[in-house]
Design a protein around this ligand. Structure first.
Ligand SMILES: NC(=O)c1ccc[n+]([C@@H]2O[C@H](COP(=O)([O-])OP(=O)(O)OC[C@H]3O[C@@H](n4cnc5c(N)ncnc54)[C@H](OP(=O)(O)O)[C@@H]3O)[C@@H](O)[C@H]2O)c1
Length: 285
């Protein structure tokens, strides 16, 4: 019998993963919150479903038959209807609740996509999965609580892991050109901060990797580049003979800070190999 895989949140990452999972011969159930996206989903997955986690009428019965599940949700529609709280607090806890109440006891592996942004302000220092997230920021606090809720599923029949992603780049998300389009202009962000990045292809292979090895716990999934915003923009602009982006040297009050060198050693120590070491490298075809 083929592997049955669910993808809650067929957005940018979820939809691509669903396509690759189907190519691998998996039988895929995929969800969207939007009836308008259902047709698009019909073309990609075996069992398309409308499901808004947190909505009391949401139907999670499809969870019963799954071997693997990817949770890839983020607020997409109007912020009033779909706030961070709705998605990462009520939404995630409704999914966790539904998983824990599955009628079947067959083994299930769950991968939850979170963000390396939870490390917040580490003054640019090296951080790994053992470093404490920066919960002083309310968004980080919410995201970490969602991770903890998913990890609480770990039991005899369920393995749950969290992938902390860097900012995503890949087809249709050309961060390099986005940065270059600001050449010579002032950008109201601190240029000294170090961010983390990851290519879509590495997220897709990372989810398969965790599923195949039934990994549990937290893994940073970020590429090898640990440059500051200024260093990254300078190298991109120099390559094309463009003037540099003009960054600030201070933090604006009230902004969410992400300033950390994020280690990817843990997932690599399990044998994971990044296909795209940084956005400065060629993407293999
Ligand atoms: N984008 C980044 O740079 C970045 C960085 C770090 C981590 N991440 C994480 O990576 C994951 C995937 O990101 P993405 O770029 O693929 O997101 P995306 O394109 O915005 O897609 C989000 C998906 O979540 C669905 N969704 C929203 N609210 C929901 C709810 N209450 N219940 C069920 N589904 C819901 C959306 O449904 P519809 O189909 O109806 O829109 C959509 O399919 C997210 O968890 C995000 O936090 C992203």
């Amino acid at each position: 019998m083929s592997t049955r895989f669910g993808v809650i949140g067929c957005g940018y990452v979820g939809m691509s993963f669903a396509m690759f999972a189907r190519r691998r011969g998996f039988e895929v159930t995929g969800t969207t919150t939007s009836p308008m996206r259902l047709q698009e989903l019909c073309d990609v997955v075996d069992h398309p479903r409308i499901c808004r986690a947190g909505d009391p009428s949401a139907d999670f019965s499809f969870l019963d038959q799954l071997d693997g599940l990817l949770i890839a949700i983020a607020p997409t529609d109007s912020p009033e209807a779909n706030t961070y709280e709705n998605v990462f607090a009520s939404g995630v806890s409704a999914i966790v609740d539904a998983i824990s109440k599955r009628r079947s006891q067959k083994p299930l592996h769950v991968t939850y996509l979170s963000s390396a942004g939870v490390y917040g302000d580490q003054s640019g220092k090296m951080t790994n999965e053992l470093s404490l997230p920066d919960r002083s920021d309310p968004t980080n606090s919410l995201l970490v609580a969602a991770e903890e809720s998913v990890l609480s599923l770990n039991s005899k029949s369920i393995q749950a892991c969290v992938l902390r992603l860097g900012g995503i780049y890949g087809p249709g998300k050309d961060i390099q050109n986005h940065i270059k389009s600001a050449a010579g202009q002032h950008v109201a962000k601190n240029g000294n901060h170090r961010n983390a990045w990851v290519h879509l292809f590495d997220i897709i292979s990372g989810v398969f990797f965790c599923y195949d090895r039934k990994l549990d716990g937290i893994f940073n999934l970020v590429d090898e580049m640990q440059m500051s915003r200024r260093e990254l923009a300078n190298s991109l602009c120099e390559q094309d003979g463009l003037p540099p982006v003009i960054w600030e040297n201070h933090d604006r009050p009230g902004t969410r800070i992400f300033n950390a060198r994020v280690s990817n050693d843990r997932i690599k120590s399990h044998g994971f190999k990044f296909k795209v070491p940084s956005m400065m490298d060629q993407v293999p075809v």
